[in-house]
Design a protein around this ligand. Structure first.
Ligand SMILES: Nc1nc2c(c(=O)[nH]1)N[C@H]1C(S)=C(S)[C@@H](COP(=O)(O)O)O[C@H]1N2
Ligand SMILES: [Mo]
Length: 203
């Protein structure tokens, strides 16, 4: 039996439901760090998030503004396209949907481009980032998110591969039509459903 089959068997042995693990993935207890480029450092008050593009009124929020909004505590399984998955990660944040309501999404908007520090971008359909559990997260396991994991604030969209969850997010742009972000321009799938194993372009 190879590594992946052994890993899936261990999961069954631990009493976990193996259908939670998407095809081609292995389960880890570690929390790998994965990104291109540097980890940004912010002084107090330096981080903010802007909701812009096809909205009635652009919204700009600092960290305190975000923390003052109704919070969601959610537990997710996460799946990286490099094949690791981690179960039951706990995040606190604000539903993206609630922020979009503040800005007023215009009728023509179909997609969202997430803009992160240093030019990282990733594209998602509007209907995927406005589900019940897509959040702008500011805490992980009850603590501030560590800078290497995207702190102070990152996106978490659990039902897509984790590259769709931008660390150090700074902008959410409402767009008409789909356009590729950073990894999508470099061969990764426009949508990225782990359960359909949509890793690369055209899958
Ligand atoms: N800004 C930014 N966000 C990013 C990335 C990145 O390179 N830059 N990498 C993505 C990828 S491929 C993964 S798997 C996750 C990793 O998050 P982690 O380091 O907290 O595990 O962040 C995603 N978000
Ligand atoms: Mo990833």
């Amino acid at each position: 039996m190879g590594f992946f089959d052994r890993n899936r068997q261990e999961l069954v042995d631990q009493g976990l439901d193996p259908s939670r693990l998407p095809p081609g993935q292995y389960l880890t207890d570690r929390f790998p760090v994965l990104h291109v480029g540097d980890v940004p450092e912010y002084g107090p008050g330096e981080w903010d998030l802007t909701i812009f593009g096809l909205v009635d009124s652009p919204v700009r929020l600092g960290l305190d503004d975000l923390r003052a909004l109704p919070a969601a505590d959610l537990t997710f399984d996460i799946h990286c396209v490099t094949k690791w998955s981690k179960f039951d990660t706990k995040w606190t944040g604000v539903l993206v949907r609630d922020l979009f309501e503040m800005a007023g999404v215009q009728a023509g908007a179909t997609h969202v481009m997430e803009h992160a520090e240093f030019g990282y971008t990733t594209n998602v359909p509007l209907t995927d980032i406005t589900v019940d559990n897509a959040i702008v997260a500011y805490a992980y396991e009850g603590e501030e998110i560590e800078p290497i994991h995207g702190g102070p604030v990152r996106i978490v969209i659990p039902h897509l591969y984790f590259w769709k969850s931008a660390k150090w997010v700074r902008g959410l742009e409402l767009c008409e039509g789909d356009a590729p972000g950073f990894w999508e321009r470099n061969g990764y799938n426009m949508y990225g459903d782990p359960f359909r194993e949509q890793r690369f372009t055209g899958q």
